[in-house]
Design a protein. Structure first.
Length: 236
């Protein structure tokens, strides 16, 4: 499905990012996983680049390496993200700043750093990893939900800016997916999520990587500026 495509996935060492990297690689893409730490896996189609989404010099270096090696980029998945949850009354400014720096400014940094390579593709796809809380809000996540709403707005903006150059840009809004990020949630939060989820389960990374495969491939060639919810029907 992705033969001949060059893909970069940020935060590709763990969780949803790792699943997307391996799904793309198993579907024929050449994939670069950009992360802070080395991945605990190998695949013949996957290479690793140290990439901190908050470090614009680091991004510049990574972009020039990829330019030298491949001359273009077809798929960019802005997946790296963190949480620092607290209700507004207790949210520390440093936790606001950190989440905004990685989840929101990081997406701007990386996309700006790679846009000229994406424009060289002639058929490119940008995928921003948002969240249902970027659409619906969530108590205890002022910082995180603001960033996820922001990456949806950026995906739509880039759909308008780059559509005529055949760069598509979409967002995925996962609900609650089983990864390290949600592993730390208290039992009663999980129970209330499941009670509000018609499919009565949490999602798997694979559910998200399937949507990411669709948005990266030509199966979605007339889809841009959209948000796909992968959430089991949460909050319907
Ligand atoms: P995860 O398991 O915590 O993995 C996040 C990845 O991002 C890690 O590999 C992490 O690297 C990397 N990362 C963090 N800061 C980075 C930085 N400055 N530069 C580069 N990479 C960085 O999280 P996940 O659950 O897979 O989430 C992936 C994405 O999906 C995130 O954007 C998240 O907001 C979104 N999402 C997740 C859920 C869910 O239920 N899990 C729901 C909605 C949306 P380290 O290992 O070095 O920390």
């Amino acid at each position: 499905m992705l033969q001949g495509k060059i893909a970069l996935v940020t935060g590709g060492s763990r969780g949803i990012g790792k699943d997307i990297v391996l799904k793309y690689a198993n579907n024929g893409a050449t994939v670069i996983s950009g992360d802070l730490i080395d991945p605990d896996y190998t695949h013949e189609n996957v290479s690793f680049v140290k990439l901190n989404v908050t470090d614009r010099d680091n991004i510049k270096e990574a972009a020039s390496k990829i330019k030298e090696q491949y001359g273009k980029l077809d798929i960019l998945v802005n997946n790296a993200g963190i949480t620092r949850d607290a209700i507004l009354l207790k949210m520390k400014e440093e936790d606001w700043d950190l989440v905004v720096d990685i989840n929101l400014k990081g997406v701007y940094n990386v996309t700006q750093g790679f846009i000229s390579l994406l424009l060289k593709s002639g058929n490119a796809s940008i995928i921003n990893m948002a969240s249902v809380v970027g659409l619906d809000g969530n108590a205890g996540q002022t910082n995180y939900s603001a960033t996820k709403g922001g990456v949806i707005a950026m995906a739509k903006t880039w759909a308008k800016e780059f559509g005529r150059r055949n760069v598509r840009s979409n967002a995925i809004a996962p609900g609650f997916i089983k990864t390290d990020m949600t592993h730390v949630l208290p039992e009663q939060v999980i129970e209330s999520v499941l009670a509000n989820t018609p499919l009565r389960s949490m999602g798997e990374s694979e559910d998200v990587s399937n949507a990411a495969l669709f948005l990266a491939s030509d199966m979605s060639k007339f889809i841009t500026g959209q948000v796909i919810r992968v959430d089991g029907g949460l909050n319907l």
